[in-house]
Write a protein that binds this ligand. Sequence first.
Ligand code: BJW
Ligand code: ZN
Length: 255
Amino acid sequence: MAAIPAGVIARLKGARHVVVFTGAGASAESGIPTFRDQQSGLWRHFDVQSLATPEAFDRDPALVWGWYEWRRVQVLASEPNAAHHAIAGLAARVERPTLITQNVDDLHERAGSRKVLHLHGRLCAPYCSACRSEYQAAPQPLQAQAGCRLEPPRCDRCGGRVRPGVVWFGECLPSGPWEQSVEAACRCDAFLCIGTSSLVEPAAGLTRAAIAAGAVTVQVNLDSTCLDDFVTLNLRGPAATVLPELLADVWPAVE
Ligand code: BJW
Ligand code: ZN
């Protein structure tokens, strides 16, 4: 990792409220594909309009449900990586940490993070598309493969179709997590933006809000993003290597 300027280290050390904001790049080294990476991104291989919109689910629920079951199976077979563990470890070392994720996996929770603000929902929390009640039934057998069609289950209460518990394009973000995230971004002293292209709104606006509020902002990414010129520091490299080093340098573990 490139040397971090002493002034940035000092500002991070002095921060009372630290926000960590993660995107697909944080889970990439756990084997979960990102969305927009040139080679392996999901949107390079699958059509977003046919899979990640409410209209797609109305048109072809079995195609959409099958695809999300395949994604859920991938997550179940994966493990948190060093970035997830380093973030979970931060909770004991900074005064007021907030963890916000765009990811629909549960790898932060499995690494030990307790309160995670999920802006784009969770694969493991399907709900009824008609009455919106949570779907409580036992998970289906793990049989999904890429491109397979699976009929979604029916709601126990109203018989409506159960849908994946994620936020599709054109849908509002869950109000509680969103409002808490805006509040945190606007009031934090330090904001770490990890493995996101920052192309999807309104989530990407959180980093801009933190910059506008005067927080020290650090971006960890393999590649350049539209925010490179605006953050305080860019750390180029894989999150599972760069983030543990950064956090250990700034907030060493207490023996
Ligand atoms: C690594 C790495 C490693 C790789 N280490 N780094 C304002 C302007 C323009 C458009 C809009 C706007 N407001 C709303 C919109 C529309 C739309 C939008 O943003 N469109 C843009 C794409 C143009 N937004 C919405 O529709 C949102 N809803 C909304 O705004 O409601 C109000 C409204 C409704 C109607 C009209 C107007 C307003 C909802 C957005 C929902 C996003 N959903 C998805 C799918 C979730 C379900 C699923 O998983 O299938 O969420 S899309 C997808 O993108 C997913 C992600 O959470 C999200 C962000 O992606 P992320 O995490 O940044 O991943 P990538 O792949 O883009 O980037 C990975 C990064 O990691 C890269 O930079 C790599 O370099 C890096 N990386 N490996 C470190 N090892
Ligand atoms: Zn229902």
